[in-house]
Design a protein around this ligand. Sequence first.
Ligand code: FMN
Length: 184
Amino acid sequence: MSKIVVVYHSGYGHTQKIAEAVAAGAGAQLAAINAEGVLADADWAALNAADAIVFGSPTYMGNVSWQFKRFADATSKPWFTRAWQDKLAAGFTNSASLNGDKAGTLSYLQTLSNQHGMLWISLGMPPANSKAATRADVNNLGGSGGLLAATPSDASTAEMVDGDLATAKAFGERIKAAVERVAR
Ligand SMILES: Cc1cc2nc3c(=O)[nH]c(=O)nc-3n(C[C@H](O)[C@H](O)[C@H](O)COP(=O)(O)O)c2cc1C
């Protein structure tokens, strides 16, 4: 059975909901970076044993949170041994504004995977951008390099946008299919 790990930081729980939806689609294990930017030893072991790693962070000031960046810098240890070379990778971010400079975050997540020599999986879904499109649609924010989600700044975790959660689940399913295709 393929091993997929979703490693993420979430300051206030919203990005965690996206991570959970991706994991539900992918049949993946979750690994949470804590409020100090630290990942448990067991989660590091899971990352090292994974076939695919999905990176997730909220967008804070146009990039990943400092906690995610602390984790990313700590991945220099597996980087030195090329431990993640040729694993599959994917990424997602969530922020308050529809745009919100999420592209900076997603670009950084892909750069992190590139540094490790990983194989990046794009979102692979057409944008919902017709006049009839709504936030309930899959890929309603029109991402391509990875998953984008926008949670209004005053929304609770129970009020997250259905279309974003559906996109996250579908992205997880795509990641699972990609891992299975590579394993064949
Ligand atoms: C320090 C900080 C910086 C933020 N910067 C941005 C930003 O650049 N763009 C944006 O759209 N939202 C920004 N937000 C809003 C968060 O991305 C948004 O509330 C998100 O849902 C938080 O996810 P979380 O609950 O997983 O932490 C920021 C929030 C915080 C606390």
